[in-house]
Design a binder for this molecule. Sequence first.
Ligand code: KG4
Ligand code: ZN
Length: 340
Amino acid sequence: MKLILGIESSCDETGIALYHTERGLLAHTLHSQIALHNEYGGVVPELASRDHVRYALPLIRSALQKANCSLNDVDAIAYTQGPGLSGALLVGASVASALAYTLDVPTIGVHHLEGHLLSPLLSDPAPQFPFVALLVSGGHTQLMRVDGVGHYELLGESIDDAAGEAFDKSAKLLGLEYPGGALLSKLAQRGTPGRFRLPRPMLHSGDLDFSFSGLKTAVLTLSQQNELDEQTRADIAHAAQEAIVDVLAQKALSALGQTGLDKLVIAGGVGANHALRNRLHKDISKRGGTVFYPDLEFCTDNGAMIAFAGAMRLQHQPAQHSYRFNVKPRWDLQELNYAD
Ligand code: KG4
Ligand code: ZN
């Protein structure tokens, strides 16, 4: 297996990539549906599925062109099998299976979060196993111990909203468009540090779990109590970001302490947040550890992480030639663990 075509379609991004096991990432293409869902204030599953149908093949064509390859060069096809929106996942799974059947190559169903977890390995320098991963996306907030491909231990997770959701909901309350994480972060840059302070739920809970659902209520209260002029919106954005970053950073540090590991890997869309990156870099280098981030374009959903995770999996398990497929809208990452 050398050239892996990766297809990501779990939510609102169609991501395609070609990963070569010796030459690395050859090309990747992406279409974001943000503009499509914008007016609804969130992802509309049916629209997402239809848009994946529209973009999957053209994006595959342009990735092949960029990599100067043809479909016949592809040795295996990796697609996101879950978790995610079932209709959206089905598009990627059926495109992958139909192409693989025609080309007589195997398919491999990839867990979306495993894609995120392994995505920092696409960067240079890549972290060596074992490490602690902080997985922070729109749907998940988890601290994992990663000892290798297929060796994942959940250390803690959010008991309610994910960090990305907390960013997005706070952003919405401040009148920003969906998904507001990056916009909130931009607004926060103009905020006055210390004007508002929001609660840090579960900071002292003694475990590695998180809770973010109270934050939106706190942001709502602040926005009702104050005249929402431009500066106040920026000040609230600053406070919301500070609260989320503070909890994530402190728990990530505790996870390093508990496991005795010194490498932290940040993965998932919220990993693009500069305040989080700066804070973790500062805190972790102070204790002699190292933080690894995927390149910004590989933090949010993309095809490269799926092609890469597929390639890693194919080194450890037999390839699937049956072309029967199912998708797993809900799928526990630890089900993927290898027995040894
Ligand atoms: O990993 P991802 O692309 O999709 C999921 O699998 O969920 O993550 C998307 C999430 C959204 O909640 C988005 O607002 C957030 O990542 N996000 C950010 C930033 N960029 C994306 N949150 C905070 N700051 C950012 N710069
Ligand atoms: Zn994701």
